[in-house]
Design a protein around this ligand. Structure first.
Ligand code: ACO
Length: 338
């Protein structure tokens, strides 16, 4: 059930550039209250979310991903020809196939890359980073683009107030590269991943794929939208995120006192607050931007990382704890030196 990445020792690959992209259209809690029976007060007090971004009808997930990737590549100082691996973590691919990563490859002109997607819901970006590290550490690739991108508005049931207020669209990307230095900045010290497939029913999009194709008979039930048991998901999220964080810290040889910033999955401010409390990390050392974007699933951590870096909230040498939880259930955590 729980697996520790065997290559968790300090490794010679690191993040050398970050980028993010959020669609322009803002949908506020006030806007939501015109669609379903909700209020700014309920959404803010239960989740911390004030507004979210919604992609345009002409934008697919690969468009959001490509915009984020271009910024990460510019920050890293690499060209499309340098990219040898593209991994996109998403639950909202452009199509069942080709992979969203292949669409990103086409849009970037990254003809030297091997491309595939990872499906691990909100943990997808940390899963993808760990997979990319295996390629880089093994020496089979030198430069990788790792992206978390979602157009969750395409999976929302806009009549279900339990879920529609929670999610948004966005993308974040990092360029990872094998380094010749033993301790490059942006390096990952540890990576923990876990899954529990016995709880697939608590958070899912049940229809629209092979188990339940959309038919004229079931389309009215909207099976191709997000279904979530919020309260149960909340409890599992807190437990698993705390466990994974403690494991990642132990493998890295760090304690909570060493953490300069926690970059958590942005699902609910209350979840983040409970985790910080249990770990013994002061709230000012948790990065939160969910008030602006809601839960963008696989995109939350790379978007937060990019904003924390560009705004100066994190600086070189800081110890970061990244931690995520999502449908599956899946969870993951990493300790980094920025
Ligand atoms: N506006 C007003 N009332 C609402 C709304 C709304 N938008 N949504 C639900 N309610 C009502 C419910 O109907 C319920 O009313 P009742 O008591 O009369 O039945 C009441 O509010 C309480 O509902 P709960 O679901 O118990 O509310 P809770 O405090 O648990 O908050 C929430 C719900 C925000 C969804 C929370 O449970 C949560 O954040 N869960 C975890 C989400 C998460 O971490 N997901 C994982 C990642 S997502 C991914 O992988 C794609």
């Amino acid at each position: 059930m729980q697996s520790n990445d065997p290559s968790s020792a300090p490794c010679p690959c690191s993040i050398i550039g970050t980028g993010s992209y959020l669609p322009e259209r803002i949908m506020t809690n006030e806007d939501m209250s015109k669609i379903v029976d909700t209020s700014d007060e309920w959404i803010t007090s239960r989740t911390g979310i004030k507004e979210r971004r919604i992609a345009g009808p002409e934008q697919a997930t690969s468009d959001l991903a490509t915009n984020a990737a271009l910024k990460a590549m510019e920050a890293a100082g690499v060209t499309a020809a340098d990219i040898e691996l593209i991994i996109v973590a998403t639950v909202t691919p452009d199509m069942f196939f080709p992979s969203t990563a292949c669409f990103v490859q086409k849009k970037l002109g990254a003809t030297n890359a091997v491309c595939f997607d990872i499906s691990a819901a909100c943990s997808g970006f940390l899963y993808a980073m760990t997979v990319a590290r295996q390629f880089l550490n093994s020496g089979s690739r030198k430069t990788a683009l790792v992206i978390g991108a979602e157009k969750l508005s395409s999976l929302i049931n806009w009549t279900d107030r339990n879920t529609c207020v929670l999610f948004g669209d966005g993308a974040g990307a990092v360029v990872m590269q094998r380094s010749d230095e033993p301790n490059p900045p942006g390096r990952v010290l540890s990576a923990v991943m876990g899954s529990d497939g016995s709880l697939t029913d608590l958070l899912k999009v049940p229809g629209g794929a092979s188990a339940c194709p959309i038919t004229a008979d079931n389309v009215g039930l909207r099976p191709n939208t997000i279904h979530m048991e919020g309260r149960e998901t909340f409890k599992h999220a807190v437990t698993r995120m705390c466990q994974a964080s403690e494991q990642a810290l132990a493998i890295a040889g760090k304690t909570a006192a060493d953490i300069d910033m926690v970059i958590p999955h942005q699902a609910n401010a209350r979840i983040i607050s409970v985790i910080a409390d249990r770990l013994g990390v002061p709230e000012e050392k948790t990065f939160i931007n969910l008030h602006k974007y809601g839960n963008t699933s696989a995109a939350t951590i790379p978007v937060a990382l990019d904003e924390a870096h560009r705004s100066g909230r994190i600086k070189r040498g800081d110890v970061l704890l990244l931690v995520a939880f999502g449908g599956g259930f899946t969870w993951a955590s990493s300790v980094m030196v920025w």
